[in-house]
Design a protein around this ligand. Structure first.
Ligand code: F6R
Length: 242
C-alpha cells in the first residue's frame, strides 16, 4: 500500500484527480471504477475542470460504479446514477452507454447484482478503481463482517452508514436500507486502486485500514492484499497513524 499524506483536503483531492488524469493519459481506453459520496464531489469537480481545460478526455473510456441503492431508479434524485449524471457524466465526454451502475430498480435485485458482476468480468478488468472510505471502514457498501472474498451482491447498510448518509436525504424522505454493491473480491481484481479519505471523521478507519489487522471487521483492510493500492489522505485523516 502506498500512502500519500497531503496537508489539506484540497491537496488530497487534486492529488487524486492527478492520478486519475495520469491513468487516462496512459490508457485513453481505461475502464474506470467510480465511487459516490461527499468526498468524491470535489474529485469530480476537478475532473470536469481538467476536461474543460482541454487536457482530459473520457471519449475512449468506460466506467463501472461501486454501488446503487435498491429500490431507486436512475431518475430518482437520491440514486447514485443521478449523482453521477449530475456531478460528472453530463459534463464530460464518456460515450453513450459507456457508464454502468447496478440497476437499483430491477425487479430482482439479486439477479441484477449477479448480472453486474458478469458485466464487469466481461468488460474488465477495471484499470483504476476509485474508492472512498466509510467511517466504519466500509468500501463500496461492503460493511464490516463482509467476506473479504465477496462478489457483487445485495447488502444491508450498517446503522452507522445510514446515519452518515442521512444528510443526503430530506426530512421525511425514505432512505433505502439496502444496496447492490461490488464485492470486496470484485474490487480487489482492479489493476490499480486509489482510495481517498479526508477529514478527522475518517482517521480511525484510515488507521485500521493501514495499520490494523487484515480483518472483515474493517473491509478496507483488504487493500493490504492488493499489489497496486494507493491511499491518499489529508493530515486530519492521517492523524491516527503511528
Ligand atoms: C459510495 C461508496 C461509499 C463512500 C463512503 C464515504 O459509492 O462507495 O463507500 O465512498 O461511504 O462516503 P463520504 O465520502 O460521503 O464520506
Amino acid at each position: 500500500m502506498r500512502i500519500l499524506i497531503e496537508p489539506s483536503a484540497e491537496q488530497a483531492v487534486s492529488r487524486t484527480v492527478g492520478l486519475i488524469a495520469e491513468q487516462m493519459h496512459r490508457n485513453p481506453a481505461s475502464v474506470l471504477g467510480l465511487a459516490t459520496g461527499g468526498t468524491m464531489e470535489a474529485v469530480y469537480a476537478g475532473l470536469i475542470e481538467a476536461h474543460r481545460a482541454g487536457g482530459l478526455s473520457f471519449a475512449g473510456a468506460r466506467s463501472f460504479n461501486l454501488d446503487e441503492y435498491v429500490g431507486l431508479s436512475g431518475a430518482h434524485p437520491q440514486s447514485y446514477r443521478h449523482y453521477m449524471q449530475d456531478r460528472l457524466f453530463r459534463h464530460v465526454d464518456f460515450p453513450r452507454g459507456a457508464t454502468h451502475l447496478p440497476r437499483g430498480d430491477a425487479e430482482d435485485p439479486v439477479a441484477a447484482a449477479q448480472q453486474y458482476e458478469a458485466r464487469i468480468a466481461a468488460e474488465g478488468p477495471i484499470d483504476l478503481q476509485l474508492l472512498g472510505l466509510g467511517t466504519n471502514g466500509h468500501i463500496g457498501f461492503n460493511e464490516p463482517t463482509s467476506s473479504l472474498a465477496s462478489r457483487s451482491r445485495v447488502t444491508c447498510l450498517a446503522p452507522s452508514t445510514l446515519e452518515a448518509n442521512s444528510r443526503f436525504f430530506g426530512p421525511g424522505e425514505p432512505q433505502p436500507g439496502t444496496a447492490i454493491t461490488m464485492g470486496i473480491g470484485t474490487i480487489l481484481e482492479a489493476r490499480r486502486i486509489v482510495l481517498l479519505a479526508t477529514g478527522a471523521a475518517k482517521a480511525e478507519a484510515a488507521a485500521a485500514m493501514i495499520e490494523g489487522p487484515l480483518s472483515a471487521f474493517c473491509p478496507a483492510s483488504a487493500l493490504q492484499m492488493h499489489t497496486d493500492a494507493t491511499v491518499v489522505l489529508d493530515e486530519a485523516a492521517a492523524a491516527r497513524l503511528t
